[in-house]
Design a protein around this ligand. Structure first.
Ligand code: 5GP
Length: 219
């Protein structure tokens, strides 16, 4: 059987990627397996162990690191996040396309281990919108929001390592676009997605980087 493809979806905190993933899975779930990460951060209201994340203590997480049970892990704003290995390998071998919704340091490690991985980055249309969505979510303190804005600015320098950039302006369009990109990669027929290549969006990236800088300074 043909192995599935591995896709990493990253995005600035507040880009709406969690919502995109939920909609993608409810609409096109038969195409994908979504990996569930392990984390040491506390669950947000409504989040479920084993569905959103496996919520672990620091000791439990560190023992997974020691036993080589993670494909990658990273520290993000004071907590550990990592991708359990067993599920991903089993699903790829079963021909499924596996999606990892992870941050940038992890994405780069995955690409090193599995060079065929497609790296896709999702962003809100502007830095103002990133901040608005973070505040609107009402789940983080202002300190954490500021740290996440700062992190978004730093991440804007890592976009060159990604293959595709998708701007999340209208949710349904964005979901269609993500599905199209992954399905065309699987079929090895990517011509229609050229406008979503990172290399075709350099002006947008330079612009949002400037905006993120002023927002991360507390504007
Ligand atoms: P949140 O706390 O908002 O759920 O996630 C914070 C960041 O960690 C997001 O950018 C999310 O994509 C990332 N993340 C979630 N799971 C993993 C993982 O397994 N590995 C890595 N490296 N990052 C992850």
């Amino acid at each position: 059987m043909k192995k599935g493809i591995l896709v990493v979806v990253s995005g600035f905190s507040g880009s709406g990627k969690g919502t995109i993933m939920k909609r993608l899975m409810s609409k096109y779930g038969k195409n994908y397996s979504l990996s569930v990460s392990a984390t040491t951060r506390a669950p947000r209201p409504g989040e479920v162990h084993g569905v959103d994340y496996f919520y672990l203590s620091t000791d439990e997480f560190e023992s997974m690191i020691q036993n080589d049970q993670l494909i990658e892990y990273a520290k993000y704003v004071k907590n550990y996040y990592g991708t359990p290995k067993a599920y991903v390998e089993e699903q790829l071998n079963a021909g499924k396309n596996v999606i990892l919704e992870i941050e940038m340091q992890g994405a780069i490690k995955v690409k090193k281990k599995y060079p065929e991985t497609i790296l896709l980055f999702v962003t809100a249309p502007s830095a103002e919108e990133v901040k608005k969505r973070l505040i609107g979510r009402n789940t983080e303190s202002m300190d954490v929001i500021d740290a996440r804005m700062q992190r978004a600015y730093e991440e804007s320098f890592g976009l060159d390592d990604y293959d595709y950039l998708v701007i999340n302006d209208e949710l349904d369009e964005c979901v269609e676009c993500v599905n199209d990109i992954i399905m065309s990669e699987r079929a090895q027929d990517t011509a229609k997605n050229e406008s979503h290549r990172v290399s075709a969006n350099i002006d947008f990236i330079n612009n949002i980087r400037k905006e993120l800088l002023s927002y991360s300074k507390g504007v």
